[in-house]
Design a binder for this molecule. Structure first.
Ligand SMILES: NC(=O)c1ccc[n+]([C@@H]2O[C@H](COP(=O)([O-])OP(=O)(O)OC[C@H]3O[C@@H](n4cnc5c(N)ncnc54)[C@H](OP(=O)(O)O)[C@@H]3O)[C@@H](O)[C@H]2O)c1
Length: 409
């Protein structure tokens, strides 16, 4: 007697870049998925702006996949789905970084799965690694390149393009949208770091709690000088335990060549997780793209079908701290006079800023001073730079960029 086939109905909210790739991938992979768990996933209904009815889709579905984006109606639909006992999978970083606790709580209360691998770091399976493989590991720090567009732009700048040329190239290839502001301002990366910080440290972190800075103001000569100091520039998200609290931020940051993230180029994403017990692990992979993201969404669907991980536990509040220590790169355009370096280092010393390395270059009447400091409290560095900015020999506003000192070689 033939075995009866059972369908596992998936209601799909959104049929754009990711949603249409997901529908195709599901058809391609359904037989293989059925072979190992006895259930065949099928799309039982699709909602777009112009077609489909949410209530009907919900009534037919065992699981809802949300790939619409935006806050509403995605939030209302996901809450309604969980309240009626449906599992949910979403790729929506905006929603999770602003309403994550409400969604996690609904999942716990109604005992359903809520999976969101595709919301963070493209295809890199960091959500699962944090929730499952490292769930017993006390994590100290996460660094992430979690926005492929900005990593592509910075890689092109390192190869000689200006910011404007690299952005135009990213738009031509389709990595950057016509309005790239969410990416280049650091806001997209900040949303992803808020989600990762919640998973790694158990503390609710909302997008508005993350300090972020973009790449729009970066100049190509910063990359050239930094190369002489063995430094490469990335947009880095950081979530780390500091001063008994938690610090979460996104900044353009220099890395020494021995750091695992220094080698991540083009539109790739990568995340390093550091802990005393594991030292450091790095996960990397393609940043985005319809089919790649759809593959992460389908992985979540299969995880739900096979009973996958529960939603994050109720939160453990840690204080969010903002004034933390970091090494800094300083770039000063100055008049080429004998006493300038001494005057600058005197002010820095008065604010406990000590210099690790210096590059000094004469440019006719003027000179350029590029320095890397040892780690210093950010507020001290800012106070020192405010005083340096008052010197009459300065030719432009001083520039500062963070530096990660750790290398793992
Ligand atoms: N694209 C990527 O590479 C990528 C990577 C990672 C994560 N994501 C996330 O995946 C989600 C979807 O991204 P996408 O690039 O696929 O977006 P998209 O191409 O703009 O598609 C959005 C889809 O959702 C539908 N939709 C939007 N608002 C709706 C509403 N109010 N009611 C009903 N349907 C609505 C749209 O309907 P119409 O067809 O009628 O317009 C469209 O089918 C976002 O959360 C995004 O952040 C995307």
């Amino acid at each position: 007697m033939p075995t009866e086939r059972r369908a596992f109905n998936v209601g799909l909210l959104g049929h754009g870049t990711v949603g249409s790739a997901f529908s195709e991938l599901l058809v391609e992979r359904a037989e293989e998925i059925e072979r190992f768990n006895g259930l065949r996933p099928v799309v039982s209904g699709v909602l777009t702006r112009s077609a489909g009815d949410f209530e009907e889709i919900l009534a037919d579905a065992e699981l809802i996949v949300e790939v619409m984006g935006g806050i509403e109606p995605a939030r209302a639909h996901l809450l309604a789905a969980m309240r009626s006992g449906r599992h949910v999978v979403t790729a929506n970083k905006q929603l999770l970084s602003q309403h994550g606790e409400e969604l996690y709580e609904a999942a716990r209360e109604h005992d359903v799965r809520l999976r969101f691998e595709a919301a963070v770091a493209g295809t890199v399976p960091v959500v699962r690694v944090l929730e499952e493989s490292l769930s017993a590991t006390p994590i100290e720090r996460i660094h992430g390149i979690v926005n492929g567009t900005t990593n592509f732009i910075l890689s092109e700048m390192a190869n000689g393009m200006t910011y404007e040329q690299a952005l135009a190239e990213a738009q031509r290839i389709g990595y950057a949208e016509a309005d790239p502001s969410d990416d280049v301002s650091g806001r997209d990366a900040a949303a992803k770091m808020a989600i990762l910080a919640r998973l790694a440290f158990g503390t609710p972190v909302r997008l508005e709690d993350v300090r972020y800075e973009g790449i729009e103001h970066l100049q190509r000569d910063d990359l050239d000088y930094a190369r002489e100091l063995d430094l490469g520039l990335k947009l880095i998200g950081t979530a780390e335990r500091r001063e008994g609290g938690l610090s979460v931020s996104v900044h353009p940051t220099f890395l020494y060549s021995g750091h695992p993230l220094a080698a991540i180029s083009g539109s790739f994403n990568a995340v390093t997780v550091e802990s005393e017990t594991i030292t450091e692990i790095t996960l990397s992979g393609p940043g985005a793209g319809g089919r790649q993201t759809a593959s992460a969404v389908l992985g979540d669907v299969v995880s739900v079908m096979t009973g996958g991980a529960r939603p994050p536990a109720p939160p453990l509040p840690l204080e969010l701290v903002t004034d933390v220590d970091s090494a800094f790169y300083l770039h000063l355009d100055v008049a080429d006079r004998p006493s300038v370096l001494a005057a600058v280092t005197k002010v820095l010393g008065e604010h406990d800023v000590s210099i690790k390395s210096v590059v000094q270059r004469g440019l006719g009447e003027n000179a350029r001073l590029v320095m890397v400091t040892h780690p210093v409290r950010e507020s001290s560095l800012r106070a020192a730079m405010a005083r340096v900015g008052e010197f009459d020999f300065l030719r432009s506003t001083p520039r500062t960029i963070r530096v990660i000192e750790e290398e793992f070689v």
